[in-house]
Structure formats: C-alpha cells, structure tokens
Design a protein around this ligand. Structure first.
Ligand code: GLU
Length: 449
C-alpha cells in the first residue's frame, strides 16, 4: 500500500475547523471536538510460543460520549499509532452522529502484525488487551468491535475474557459487537459495512438519476471483510467489478471479474492469487486465458479508468501525489480516511463526487448497534429484518446529507460533517457542556411542559 507521512489526525482537524468555521458552530463545541476525552495506553507483555517475551503496545482512544457510550473498532496492524487511533476515534463520533445512533466514538488498536503470531499467541494478546482496559470498557461505557485485521473470533476471545473478569453482572455479550452469531452476534453484521456502502452508493446514484447500472465499472482497493462483501454485492447488483486487490496487489479484469469465484478461491488458498483469471460471464476460471486479466499494483488500481473507485483498505491512499491520476467519477470511501484533505480539494475542483467514509462505511457500526440492542433485549432478528433496517438507516443518512449539501453547498464530506456536528452540538448544549450564546434559550421555559 502507498504510505505517506500525512497525519490522519491533521486531516480530521483540518476538515473539522473548515466546516466548523463556515457553519457557525459554537466555538466551545469545536474546542471539545478537537480533543479526545480519554486516551488509554497499555503495554502488553506477550509470552511467545517459544518462551520469549515480547511487549506490544495497545491503545483505546475515547473521543467523545456526548450522544451515548463510546463505540468503535479495534485494529491489529503494524502501523497503529496514537495519531491514527485518535483520528479514527474522532471519525467514529462523527459517524455515529451521521447515522443517528445513540453512541459516541472511540477506536483501539495494537501495534502488531497479526500474521506473525500463532493462533494461541493472538488469543493471549487479545485477552490481555481486554484485561488491561479493565472497567474502561463495558456495555454502557465503551463497546469495541472489529476493524482492520480483527474479526468475530477475536471478539469471541474479548467477550470470553470480559465475562471471566466481570462475571454475570457484566452483560459480557453486550460489551462487544461483531461477535460470532452463536455467541450473540447479529445476523448480517459481517457483511454490514459492504452492504451499507452499496445502499449508500445506490441511493446517491439514484439522486443523480442514475438507475441503469449496466456497464458501470468499479475498482475496489482492499479484499478484506469490507472490500470482498462490497464487491460481491455490487457484482450481484449489476455493476462490473474490473479490479480488486489485497495488501500485496491485485488483478485487473477489463471485462469484469467473477467475484464469487474469486472469494471462494481466496478462501480456499488463504490469499488472492493474482496470476489466475476469473472472468465474468460464466467463463470457467480453468478455461480463462492470460488475456482476460493482469496483475495490478495497489497504486495503479487507483488510477484505472473506472466509473467508481472504492478504497476499502486503510487511510491516506488518495493523496496530493496521485490525485491528478485518479480518473473515476465517484469515490466511495469504504476505508476510514483514504483521501487526504489536499486530494479531497482537488477532486472537488474536478467535480468528482467523494462519498465520505463517515457515511459510506457506517453500515458496520449501524449493525453493531442492532447487535447491541438485540443483546440487551435477548431478542434476535432475522437476516432480512437486519438488512431492511440497515437499508432504511443508510438511505435516510444519505438523503439527509444530500439535502444538507443542497442547502449549504460544499462537498458531500463537508455536508456530512455539518450534519454530524449539528447533532453533537445539540447534545452538548442540552447537557450543558457548552452554553448557548446570546439569549438564554434553555432552562427558562414558560408555561406547562
Ligand atoms: N470498525 C468499524 C468502523 O470503522 C465498525 C465499528 C463498530 O462496529 O463499532 O466503523
């Protein structure tokens, strides 16, 4: 993946300050939004299988809980650093406000390459992280979930460790989301980010009077949980997926790839083989020729001539360095923070619509919210029920942002920030974290209430 020294936290602050200044947000609200409420850092001494000791570093940044308990994933990645986790936590505060679910924002991470660890080591490290976070997390306080390189199995270890530490009164299953279904996970959670992204894309295109998807091409950077579900669902919906990549690179199928075959092959082999072709239109992979596809680097995938570019991996992929080469008309940000502010500005000038991360990938946390409500009620929903509710939430948020853009101008990202900040500001004023300016508008209500 392309790396850049740009700070995700600076990206967040730049956009926050710009939108805050132009939308007349209360300055104290912006001041509160600029800083996380709490930063937890933990040392995780892991005994490796060979008996040696290695110390890993873990974080949980609780950005803001004015609208409800902190919520957000935990990532295991060698690049995890405080700056990045803080930005990701702040984006969660905005994201939960965009889809209007009763949460704040948090994010966690461990600086580790999980592929270097055995399953047992990974389990020990995961359990230790929960143990070290202690009472800072919990069903009404802070609810972690999967993120880059973490999954339902890791949530199962987290949940088990939490119940071991906190006992029955701990409501352990509601302390984490993204769990396996047999341990209180929700139907549809695994596919939720990809599915939610597709709902947003379809709704946005509909608002532009685009309903015929025939021949519309998509390149997806990222073949993890989010990228692969999105690609499969978009393929089924009628789009043509021409390129997809994982961390090591990808394949370009100019005529379209058969994503379900690719997913099956990847699951069997454990990785994407970029030398095998999976052309669409019913051609068997075994009969495919080398002309049907070619390997492509992550960087070149971004520059393909496609209608829709979908960064679904990590931050800082579309930057000042490569933005001039981006040829897509739409960018659907399924990753968090894939576009830097400088690149964002340049795309806006060229009328490329960027559907921002805090809307595009909010399907995951939305179904996390559904999972948590199911856990608290001990009442479980069918996959159809989950998907129907997800669709309604994603469509509503998309249309609210489109309306906000029509009203106040600017990019979709600026409109999404305005919508989120407005909701956060309302909660901060009501709770008295910031005080109304000018007239005393709350607290002196006349007449019956
Ligand atoms: N890690 C996901 C995100 O960035 C999901 C968070 C959650 O479900 O809490 O939105």
């Amino acid at each position: 993946m392309a790396t850049t020294t740009e700070s995700p936290l600076d990206s967040f602050l730049t956009t926050l300050d710009r939108v805050g200044a132009s939308s007349g947000t209360h300055p104290d609200v912006l001041k509160l939004m600029r800083k996380p409420q709490r930063i937890l850092q933990v040392e995780l001494p892991l005994e490796r299988d060979d008996g040696s000791l290695e110390i890993f570093h873990g974080y949980r940044v609780q950005h803001n809980d004015v609208r409800g308990p902190y919520k957000g994933g935990v990532r295991f990645h060698p690049h995890v650093a405080l700056d990045e986790v803080t930005a990701l936590a702040a984006w969660m505060t905005l994201k939960t406000a965009v889809v209007d679910i009763p949460y704040g924002g948090a994010k966690g991470g461990i600086t580790v390459d999980p592929t270097d660890l055995s399953d047992r080591e990974l389990q020990r490290l995961s359990r230790m992280f929960v143990e070290r976070l202690g009472t800072a997390i919990g069903p009404n306080r802070d609810i972690p979930a999967p993120d880059v390189n973490t999954n339902a199995q890791i949530m199962a270890w987290f949940t088990d460790e939490y119940s071991r530490l906190h006992g029955e009164s701990g409501h352990a299953e509601a302390a984490f989301t993204g769990k396996p279904v047999v341990l209180g996970g929700s139907q549809g959670r695994e596919s939720a980010t990809g599915r939610g992204g597709l709902f947003v894309l379809l709704e946005y295109l509909r608002s532009q009077d685009i309903t015929d998807l025939t021949g519309m091409t998509i390149a997806v950077q990222g073949f993890g949980n989010v990228g692969s579900y999105f690609a499969s669902l978009a393929d089924q919906a009628g789009f043509t997926i021409v390129a997809i990549s994982d961390a090591e690179g990808g394949t370009y199928h100019p005529q379209g790839a058969d994503i379900s075959q690719m997913v099956t092959a990847r699951n069997q082999a454990g990785k994407l083989d970029t030398n095998v072709c999976y052309p669409k239109l019913g051609v068997e992979a075994v009969g495919a020729t080398q002309d049907d596809c070619e390997p492509i680097s992550n960087e070149d995938l971004l520059k393909l001539e496609v209608d829709i570019l979908v960064p679904a991996a990590i931050e800082n992929q579309i930057t000042a360095t490569n933005v001039a080469d981006i040829k897509a008309k739409y960018v659907l940000e399924l990753a968090n923070g894939p576009t830097t502010p400088a690149a964002d500005e340049s795309l806006a000038k060229r009328n490329v619509s960027v559907i921002p991360d805090i809307l595009a990938n909010a399907g995951g946390v939305t179904v996390s919210y559904f999972e948590w409500t199911q856990n608290l009620q001990n009442l479980y929903w069918s996959q159809d029920e989950v998907n129907t509710k997800l669709e309604a939430k994603m469509k509503q948020a998309t249309n609210e942002i489109i309306a906000m853009q029509k009203e106040g101008g600017g990019t979709l990202r600026e409109a999404a920030y305005r919508l989120a900040i407005k909701r956060i500001e309302a909660a901060m004023l009501l709770r008295g974290w910031a005080h109304p300016r000018g007239e005393d508008s709350v607290g002196h209500v006349n007449g019956n209430t």
